[in-house]
Design a protein around this ligand. Structure first.
Ligand SMILES: *Cc1c(COP(=O)(O)O)cnc(C)c1O
Length: 443
């Protein structure tokens, strides 16, 4: 498949990439053995390499792609916007895509989160939410509120502020001396329940641990940050919505902000547009990214309440929120996000996903009884199971064998998961299920 007129094959692309590109989340030396996967083009749920081989994107390209690659409506929206306005700074200026997107998100989000502050990616949204929470309290004269609470096993991104509230030792430990003030409380991860204890009861027990922490430390705590319903990067840990209800109640009672990081779980991943809906709660800050632009362009947003907004509204410059990113509210990214919202609405995607999820459960259900499979779990359009007696190199090995079978699956430690784009079809589901079974028959 020629590219820029030059004949390119997989091997050449791979070699040039390893010379010139430093890849993310990678020990580059491992690529001496493990080949990179060069992608020439993509359509729907499929990636295509430079030799025409197809790979099923069962993890939506790191969870960003909701509606398929090369989606005609999103393509058209971006091209249309490109003809009008590619970018303008958002400090002192405004434009139609950012206004329309903010209005629509405010109408869709739970509660009263009418103020949209934009960032470039998930981590920058977390930085914004943390700084905003601290600064709102400071503006209210509560200068002691400098600490944050996160759940054990949390993941909120890898810039220094976001890493401070992240609890993945591999990402965090090296940089610990650089990180900010964060306390971890027990995760309501249902796998950690005692035998005979329901996920709901375990959630309540974890909430009591949060409560006793707040009883002592609320006066010095700015916010609790959570990944609603599913802690994704921490191993697809799923928990009962009761925890979110309890956390909301405790944050109200102890005057602590609740930050909902729906960067991974927003836009239908958990079965509802936003995961918080399943608990019937609204956070003080809602962070969105990943699926926001359908996996097309970097874009994130932090939505906040009138109460937070008003804490900054003042004649004095320094009481304002003076944070910025150069590409804040980029019109092309906003137009992609508007197209995503149009599609979700016009095609009733989230409703239709219930049927789709049923078919995926039926096709992959046999794995539940596999002797090496533990904790097979599903929430909306996210599936995961843990592999018993996994070797230390399990994840890399499984990934390589999956690619060889034409499916992109990238386990987190010993947790295998799939989180396909919402356009996955029946033949593709069959391929996914057969491949999972085949891979579990191996080592
Ligand atoms: C991916 C992710 C982030 C960070 O987003 P980036 O765009 O990778 O910086 C933050 N929070 C959660 C829950 C995520 O899954």
């Amino acid at each position: 498949m020629p590219w820029l007129g030059a004949p390119v094959d997989n091997r050449e692309m791979l070699e040039r990439s390893l010379r010139a590109v430093w890849h993310p989340c990678t020990q580059m030396k491992h690529h001496e053995l493990l080949p990179l996967v060069p992608v020439a083009s993509a359509r729907g749920a499929w990636l295509v390499d430079f030799e025409g081989n197809r790979i099923l994107d069962a993890i939506s390209s790191w969870w960003v792609n909701l509606l398929g690659h090369g989606n005609p409506r999103i393509n058209e929206a971006i091209v249309g916007q490109l003809r009008i306005l590619e970018h303008v700074m958002l400090a002192g200026f405004t434009h139609e895509p950012v206004v329309r997107l903010s209005e629509r998100l405010a109408a869709l989000a739970p509660g009263n989160l009418g103020h949209c502050f934009y960032g470039s990616d998930g981590a920058s949204a977390i930085e914004i939410a943390l700084k905003m929470s601290f600064h709102a309290w400071r503006n209210a004269g509560r200068t002691q509120k400098t600490a944050f609470i996160a759940l054990e096993n949390s993941y909120h991104g890898e810039t220094l502020g976001a890493l401070s509230v992240t609890d993945v030792p591999l990402f965090r430990d090296t940089y610990a001396p650089l990180l900010g003030n964060c306390v971890r409380v027990p995760s309501p991860d249902a796998r950690r329940a005692e035998p005979g204890e329901s996920a709901r009861d375990f959630s309540r027990r974890c909430a009591r641990r949060l409560e006793s922490h707040l009883e002592k430390h609320a006066h010095e705590t700015a916010a609790l940050i959570v990944e609603p319903l599913v802690q994704c990067a921490g191993g697809m840990a799923m928990y009962d919505a009761e925890y979110l209800r309890a956390a909301r109640e405790l944050c109200n009672r102890f005057e602590v902000h609740l930050i909902a990081d729906e960067i991974a779980v927003g836009f239908g991943r958990t079965g509802t547009l936003f995961a918080c809906e399943q608990a019937g709660i609204a956070p003080d800050f809602l962070c969105l990214s990943k699926g926001l632009s359908g996996g097309y362009l970097p874009l994130s947003v932090v939505m906040s309440s009138d109460r937070v907004y008003e804490a900054f509204y003042d004649d004095r410059l320094a009481r304002g929120f003076l944070h910025s990113h150069s590409y804040t509210g980029n019109p092309l990214a906003c137009s992609a996000a508007l197209a995503v919202l149009d599609i979700l609405e016009d095609e009733c995607t989230i409703e239709r996903n219930h049927g789709l999820a049923g078919r995926i459960n039926a096709a992959t259900g046999a794995l539940r009884d596999h002797p090496r499979v533990a904790h097979f779990r599903n929430q909306g359009m996210i599936w995961a199971f843990d592999v018993r007696d996994a070797q230390p190199d399990f994840a890399q090995d499984f990934f390589a064998r999956a690619i060889a079978a034409g499916v992109l699956l990238r386990p987190l430690g010993n947790t295998v998961y799939w989180m396909p784009p919402y356009v996955i079809g029946d033949a593709e589901i069959e391929l996914l299920a057969r491949t999972l079974e085949m891979l579990m028959q191996g080592k």
